[in-house]
Ligand binder design. Sequence first.
Ligand code: NDP
Length: 320
Amino acid sequence: MKAIQITETGGPEVLQLRDIEAPTPTEDQVLVAVDVAGINYIDTYYREGVYHAAIPFVPGQEGTGRVLHDPQGIIAEGTLVAWMDAFGSYAERVCVPRERLVAVPEGVDPHVAGSMLLQGITAHYLTHGVHDLQEGESCLITAGAGGVGLIATQMAAAKGARVYSVVSTEEKVELALAAGATEVFLYSAELAETVRRRNGGVGVDVVYDGVGKDTFQESLEAVRPRGTVCLFGAASGAVEPFDPQLLNTHGSIFLTRPSMGAYTSGEGEFRMRAQAVTQGVVDGTLNFRIGGVYPLADAAQAHRDIQARRTTGSIVLQVS
Ligand code: NDP
C-alpha cells in the first residue's frame, strides 16, 4: 500500500511517500481502506520527535473510509466509518481500534468526516468537560480560527458564553467572528488587558490556550480570580517551567493541562462526545471549515502550511 512513512524524525521533508506492507488487524481492530486522513497539529509533534513513536512509523491518527475486514465479523465490509486514535492513518490502509470507530451517516462531506472527530471531540471536552461553560460566562480561545479553535468557538457560543478569541491575521478575525466569537483580537502584549476591559473589567471564567509558550503569560493574566487556565496545546512551543506561586498571585487560579485520553476514558465518554460532534455535523449546528485538501504525497507541504500558520480550520489528506 502507499503510505507516508517516517524513518527518521525531523522537518516536513521526513514525510516520504513509500510502498509498504499493509497492516494486519488484531482481534480488537478493524482494517479500513482510507479515503481521507485528517491532519492535526499533534502529527507535527510526532514527526519532530517531541512525542515519541517507534521508528519507522506512519503518522496520522484519524480519517474516514470503508471497512475492509473485521476479524470478529461484527462490522460489515463496506461500512462507511470515521475514527480517531488509529496511529498510521496517513496511508491507504489502517488498523483502527474498534472502540474508536463510528459509523458515518449518509451525506456527510468526506473531508469533514475525515477531520471531525479529533478536533471536534477536543473542542467538546474543553467546553463541556474541562470547564462546562454556562450561559453568561466568558472564555478566551487562542488560535480561534484553527481546527480546534473554530469548533470550540461554535460550541462555546452555542452555550451562550461570551467568546473572546485571538488570531494572527485579519482573515482569521473574520472566520472567528463568523463562528460566533463575540470579539476577536490580534495577538499583542496587551491581550489580557484588552479582554478584561471588554469583559466588564473582569477576567474571563476560562482560557482555552492551545498556543502555549507565546500566549501562556497573557492567559494567566486574562482569567478571573478562581478561574481556569486550560493549557491544551503547544503550537508555539512548550511553556517554560514556572513557580506555582504565580497561580496564587493571579487570584487563586486553576491551571490544567488536559489530554484527550483522560477526557474520553470514562464509561461511554468517547461515544457520547463523538455522537455530539456527529449530530452537530448532520443537523448543521457545527460547521467544519475545510481549509485545505492535499494529495497524500503532499503531506510534507501540509505540515509546512500548518506550522507556518497559513491554514485555517481543518486540513486533510486525500488518500484515495
Ligand atoms: P490549528 O489548526 O489550530 O493550527 C495551529 C494554530 O496555532 C495556527 O493556525 C496558529 O493560529 C496558532 N499558532 C500560534 N503560534 C504559532 C506558532 N508559533 N507556530 C504555529 N502555529 C501557531 O491546529 P489544531 O486545531 O490541530 O490544534 C490546535 C492546538 O490544540 C495544538 O496546540 C494541538 O496540539 C492542541 N490539541 C490538543 C489536544 C489535547 O487533547 N490536549 C487535542 C487536539 C489538539 P494563529 O495564526 O491564529 O495564531
